[in-house]
Design a binder for this molecule. Structure first.
Ligand code: F6P
Length: 361
């Protein structure tokens, strides 16, 4: 298929590697297909509002190592549930037709939607309406199904690992319990990966509900030997018979639930119940910031180039995906049926347990 005009948007939370993808779509589109590349600003919000611009070769030069996204992003502009502020508060309307109209007006042959779970749900709906759309999976959370990994995750895991390494200094010098809360939404990939790489003594993830008593027992035991503990807690971790800790509900967001706060709770309870000196660090958006790792730059570059190739072959309604070592395309709907969570019986959990890591279960 001849590609004359290609559109790109980045949706959901930013993550390292987005610019690598934009670059690896835009450069070959401009250089080999002689196509016009249109950047849509702030994700689907920009498509609804018609905030789009033609990208130049200079726009996509020197950006592979830059975090964030040159296009801007938003996790609030789902066109099918579009929040509009009015005198009586926020109204939710269906603005999908308006978004489609902008796609038509800008005569796009294809739209590349780079994003996570929320973005893929929206892309799937537009695909069903007849839009030529291709998904590219990003998220630090690594919770998208139908791909072995999303880009952005490796960078976030590297930041969290470095944080644990740094916290260990104070933990061992002051004989303290250091609790570190990672992001990840309902999946424990960041906490598990960083926890294993950083040698955390206790890792709490949503997929393995924990018992408070087991956590206390583990830190008390460590206090008698190594005299310090690192507790790595995923923001979505929850006690058995308890609930996840929610920071905020925001109707405008594609996922209204904003998690956060379990780290503080774990820190407070450990200090109270064991008497051990405890400190809490919430990593927050530090995990999403800064330069992408080489792995994410490479994966982003591979995803973008294969996505463009798929478009040139007229394959739409698909998402690029890493399967073992190859980047392939899969139907977008395969990626959105369910979240990709940590299997509690996975090898990584087994390996962590075998070196003595406690999961609180
Ligand atoms: O999905 C990426 C993510 O960073 C999650 O890990 C986290 O729960 C959420 O986004 C935070 O959202 P916001 O940037 O809106 O605070």
């Amino acid at each position: 298929m001849q590609l004359k005009r290609v559109g790109i948007l980045t949706g959901g939370g930013d993550c390292p590697g987005l610019n690598a993808v934009i670059r690896s779509i835009a450069k070959p589109a401009m250089n080999y297909f002689n196509a016009t590349v249109i950047g849509i600003q702030d994700g689907f919000e920009g498509l609804v509002e018609g905030r789009m611009r033609i990208l130049t070769p200079l726009d996509v030069t020197g950006i592979i190592n830059v975090g964030g996204t040159i296009l801007g992003t938003s996790n609030k502009g789902d066109p099918f549930n579009y929040p509009v502020e009015g005198p009586t508060g926020i109204r939710i309307i269906d603005a999908s037709e308006q978004a489609f109209e902008n796609y038509r007006n800008w005569q796009l042959d294809v739209l590349f939607a780079v994003g996570g779970d929320g973005t893929m749900h929206i892309a799937h709906k537009f695909g069903k309406m007849g839009m030529n759309i291709i998904g590219i999976p990003k998220t630090i959370d690594n919770d998208l199904d139908a791909t072995d990994i999303t880009f952005g995750h490796d960078s976030a895991r590297a930041v969290a690992t470095e944080a644990i390494d740094r916290l260990q200094t104070t933990a061992s010098a002051h004989h303290r319990v250091m609790v570190v809360e990672t992001m990840g939404r309902y999946a424990g990939w960041i906490a598990l990966g960083a926890g294993v790489a950083g040698g955390a003594d206790i890792i709490l993830i949503p997929e393995i509900p924990f018992h408070w008593e087991n956590v206390y027992k583990a830190v008390l035991q460590r206090s008698k030997g190594a005299r310090f503990s690192i507790v790595c807690v995923a923001e979505g971790a929850k006690p058995a018979n308890g609930d996840i800790v929610v920071k905020e509900l925001d109707k405008k967001r594609t996922d209204p639930v904003r998690l956060g706060g379990i780290g503080e709770l774990v820190g407070e309870k450990i200090a109270q119940e064991t008497g051990l000196e405890t400190r809490v660090t919430v990593l927050g958006h530090v995990q999403r910031g800064g330069s992408p790792t080489p792995y994410d730059r490479i994966l982003g570059t591979r995803f973008g180039s294969i996505a463009l190739q798929a478009a040139s072959q007229g394959k739409f309604g698909v998402m690029v995906s890493l399967q073992r070592r190859e980047v392939v395309t899969v139907p977008i709907e395969d990626a959105i049926g369910k979240l990709r969570l940590v299997p509690p019986d996975s090898q990584l959990i087994f390996a962590a347990r075998s070196v003595g890591t406690c999961f609180g279960d």
